[in-house]
Design a protein around this ligand. Structure first.
Ligand SMILES: Nc1ncnc2c1ncn2[C@@H]1O[C@H](COP(=O)(O)OP(=O)(O)OP(=O)(O)O)[C@@H](O)[C@H]1O
Ligand SMILES: [Mg+2]
Length: 463
């Protein structure tokens, strides 16, 4: 496989070039933009590595030309700290990955190897991809917005391969659902799909879960047990909340990824595992790497194909589609409808819990709809006036009473948020008694955030 290495720094060109050649690649070195562009036109290049700042127009021009000629060809950006902003822009222009200099050559070789494997698998999997393009596995995942369409396009291409995929998204954005769809449309679909959350498990338990153990490995190990990696043999393991994985466990995971083998805790014998790894994170792993909370070498192995699921509030256009889809899922065959004002209110609300929150809202509204077939915004949105009022009033002089009322709602709401819903603290901070707070919340229709509710207090009804 032929790699273009465009960089004006001799040390990089030579040392990385050698490392790549040692790994079996044919390397074409270009020391300036012109030479890189010529190579793209005239040579059969399959992977592009380019610096940003170099003589001539620079690496962005190389990227642009490569995308123009062959949109699927992977371009990896290598850049010094000074051009980091360009690097982020490069990714939005179609670069697959950027790496900040200096970097260890072997990480880069591993990255190039992965992309080269991906490229050959991609062509092998043409037929499988045809099947996928007809939509089957992803049809249960709704996303008409451009951002989601881009996610689907990317996922369809890599799903059939064995590539490691990192799915990033806030809570409830559909990470697990996408992971499952990827598995179902891969050639491992007949094998197991094993999901495990790395959050909220202390290190020793997590390792016992992942790697399994031999009888006597620790006090409670009364008999041998297979770990999740072994259970996923022949299939896919989904490492959810990987950002929470302790550093010590990360080292062990890295080894599994590199060698596809492991030892159960307390055991000497090495077992081979044939697994495909998918991982999910709520926060940016790149950021955690910077903070020293996530291993850089593991990051490169995990973040081979990053997939980012945008929060629902950034794809408001999906809300109506999702609502109809979710009514179909939970409506028990009945046909429910929503008024236009209700739909607008749903689009305005920021959905901090994303699709999961919307799904709960639809279920609640269906349950409360009774004989009526009309779903109401009041059943779906928090009590707060901000979200409920179906129409917004502009340019109108409101009665002072109304203005004060909405200021009060906002202010009390914020105070409740600050204290995590603690009524006594909120009342103290506001300089009123708990009874007055309670009455105000009732009268103004305010619902505090969940959490510390105090026993024995009569609360306004939960929704
Ligand atoms: N695009 C979508 N289309 C249809 N349903 C979706 C979509 N996204 C999410 N859902 C539904 O929303 C719920 C939450 O999705 P999922 O569990 O995949 O989210 P998650 O990102 O893994 O959340 P968390 O980080 O909290 O674990 C599921 O019931 C799922 O079916
Ligand atoms: Mg999840």
């Amino acid at each position: 496989m032929r790699v273009l290495l465009a960089d004006d720094e001799v040390t990089i060109a030579v040392t990385l070039g050698d490392a790549l050649e040692e790994a079996g690649f044919e390397v074409v070195i270009a020391a300036d933009t012109g030479a890189a562009l010529t190579a793209l036109e005239e040579r059969d290049i399959e992977i592009v590595l380019t610096d940003i700042r170099m003589p001539g127009e620079g690496g962005m021009a190389v990227l642009e030309r490569s995308v123009e000629l062959q949109p699927q060809r992977p371009v990896i950006i290598m850049t010094g700290f000074a051009a980091m902003e360009d690097a982020a822009r490069a990714v939005s222009m179609g670069a697959k990955f950027y790496v900040q200099k200096p970097f260890p050559n072997d990480s880069m070789v591993a990255l190039v190897e992965t992309y080269s494997r991906l490229r050959s698998l991609e062509s092998e999997n043409e037929s499988l991809r045809e099947r996928l393009n007809s939509g089957s596995e992803f049809s249960e995942i709704i996303g008409a917005s451009k951002v989601m369409q881009e996610v689907f396009d990317r996922v369809r291409i890599v799903a059939p391969t064995d590539a490691t995929i990192l799915i990033q998204g806030e809570s409830g954005t559909g990470k697990e659902r996408i992971a499952q769809a990827i598995h179902n449309s891969s050639r491992r679909s007949q094998g197991p799909f094993v999901a495990i959350s790395c959050a909220a498990l202390p290190e020793s338990l997590l390792e016992a879960e992942l790697f399994g153990f031999e009888k006597g490995a620790f006090t409670d190990a009364r008999k041998d047990r297979k770990g999740r990696f072994e259970m996923a043999h022949g299939g896919t393991i989904f490492l959810d909340d990987i950002d929470d994985m302790p550093l010590a466990t990360q080292v062990k995971l890295l080894r599994v990824l590199q060698e596809r083998s492991l030892e159960r805790l307390g055991s000497e014998s090495t077992r081979e595992v044939d697994i495909r790894v998918l991982a999910a994170t709520k926060v940016s792993l790149r950021q955690l790497v910077r903070e020293g909370r996530f291993r850089e070498d593991l990051f490169y192995r995990i973040n081979v194909v990053p997939v980012e699921l945008p929060p629902l509030r950034e794809r408001v256009g999906d809300v109506p589609h999702l609502v109809h889809f979710l009514i179909g899922r939970h409506g028990g065959g009945r046909d429910y409808s929503l008024g236009t004002a209700t739909m607008r209110a749903l689009e305005r609300y920021p959905w901090p819990g994303n699709v999961r929150e919307l799904e709960n809202a639809v279920q609640r509204a269906i349950a409360l709809a009774g004989a009526s077939k009309e779903l109401s915004a009041d059943d779906m949105l928090p009590r707060d006036k901000r979200w409920r009022g179906a129409t917004e009033v502009h340019d109108e002089i409101l009665p002072l009473r109304e203005v004060l009322r909405s200021r009060e709602i906002e202010h009390i709401g914020r105070a409740l948020e600050r204290t995590g819903g603690h009524r006594t603290q909120t009342a103290d901070a506001l300089g009123i008694s708990r009874k007055v707070l309670w009455e105000k919340m009732r009268d103004l229709g305010i619902e505090g955030p969940g959490g510390a509710k105090e026993a024995g207090t009569k609360e306004p009804d939960d929704r």
